[in-house]
Design a protein around this ligand. Structure first.
Ligand SMILES: [Zn+2]
Length: 190
């Protein structure tokens, strides 16, 4: 995952340094980069991803335990009704809103999650939810970079690139489809 980001970051940085690229487009690109910076920190590094998953587990455990009064304090709309984990272990870290020790001590988050899933006797529902939320965030950040690359490579303002994408989605129900390709140097979309 890190390499996919690095390629995009490098490509965008190179474009921003090219004198031939329209300054207006560069300004649009740096605004878009600024918007996505906080999310990018969450997904770009091991530590960021681990912290994101931990925050997610904590919050969902709090939502699961919450009643009408404490829900307000959580700034959440509703209680979590889905189980956190279906195991019978009362000491399960997930039920307590913690990262399992196996995950904490693993070399990478992905490795730790795989090992934990293999060994844990139960369906770690909240972990699946956390991973989906992380994937969504990765997808959103990647998309911003793709839009910037298309904008800078094709000389189209980023707002128009974004509009192009949503037109495609409306017309074909497939947002991967018809926008102009970023440079050949860019990695293929997953
Ligand atoms: Zn469990």
């Amino acid at each position: 995952m890190d390499e996919m980001f690095q390629t995009r970051i490098d490509t965008v940085a190179a474009k921003l340094n090219q004198a031939s690229v329209d300054p207006e487009l560069k300004l649009g690109a740096s605004d878009a980069l600024r918007e996505v910076r906080a999310d990018q920190r969450d997904v770009l590094t091991q530590d960021g991803r681990e912290a994101f998953v931990l925050r997610y587990l904590q919050r969902e455990a709090e939502r699961f335990r919450a009643d009408d009064e404490t829900l307000d304090a959580l700034d959440a709309d509703e209680q979590r009704t889905k189980p956190l984990c279906t195991c019978s272990d009362s000491g399960c870290a997930l039920k307590d809103g913690r990262l399992p020790v196996l995950v904490e001590n693993a070399e990478t988050l992905e490795q730790g999650l795989r090992q934990f899933r293999r060994r844990h006797r139960g369906n770690p529902v909240v972990l699946d939810d956390a991973e989906h939320a992380l994937d969504d965030k990765v997808g959103r950040v990647m998309q911003v970079y793709d839009h910037i690359m298309i904008s800078l490579s094709n000389g189209i303002p980023i707002d128009e690139v974004r509009a192009l994408r949503s037109d495609d989605a409306d017309a074909e129900g497939d947002e991967q489809a018809a926008a102009p390709d970023p440079e050949a140097a860019a990695p293929p979309a997953e």
